[in-house]
Design a protein. Sequence first.
Length: 257
Amino acid sequence: MHHSSREVQLGAALVEAADTLFEAFDTAAYLRRLSDHCVALLDASAAGIMLIEGGETVSFGVSSRQQELALDLLEVQHHGGPCLESYGSGEPVPPVAIRAAHASSRWPDFTERALRYDIGSTFAVPLRRNGTPLGALNVFVPEPPHPSPSPSPADGTTLLLAQTLADAAALGLANHRVFTRYRTLTGQLQEALSSRVRIEQAKGMLAERRRTGMDEAFIALRQYARSHRLPLDEVATAVITDSQDIAELGRERPGPA
């Protein structure tokens, strides 16, 4: 990829990684798009992101290119692999030759599966935000036609580029979690306010129908809710809509004999 076109694509990837503050956000699609950017920017066969919470894998996101390969190589890491190693240490796992790792029994299940797909090397970087690990990004590189026994000078740049994308993804995901939490809180507060308004409206209507004060109307409303084991807001709504189910509650209170 030409240097300038890579910079343009990296910029686009970072903008996309930041765009998470909307209701229709789809985590799987988001991770897939970021994995696609990794494949294009890093000349990889495939890439995938593993999200982890409390030591348990919660979701995968894999590149559109060779999805089966990427998903298989993420799922096989339950006994160890570059993703879990990077997540556990909080540090990148630099490019590792698959044949050498397999010969030394490093990640045996993972390396055996990677060899079946003709993967020559792999590396991983952590997704972390404010010191909190969220998961890891794993990149799978094809077997080169002429393998080199020593690391390429470009390996450091490649790892830095992958970490930049992973950091952007971690920021986007963390921001979306905060966004979701506040939207939920806002909804709860709005519902509580609406419920309070309905109860006040029902009190006024009951007071008028029963010819009592507001306090007595509220006591009647609350007693009815308790005796029928109903939420107070549900009874208030029934009063407002003049439901026949609570007709006796709306009757005028008998006067003194």
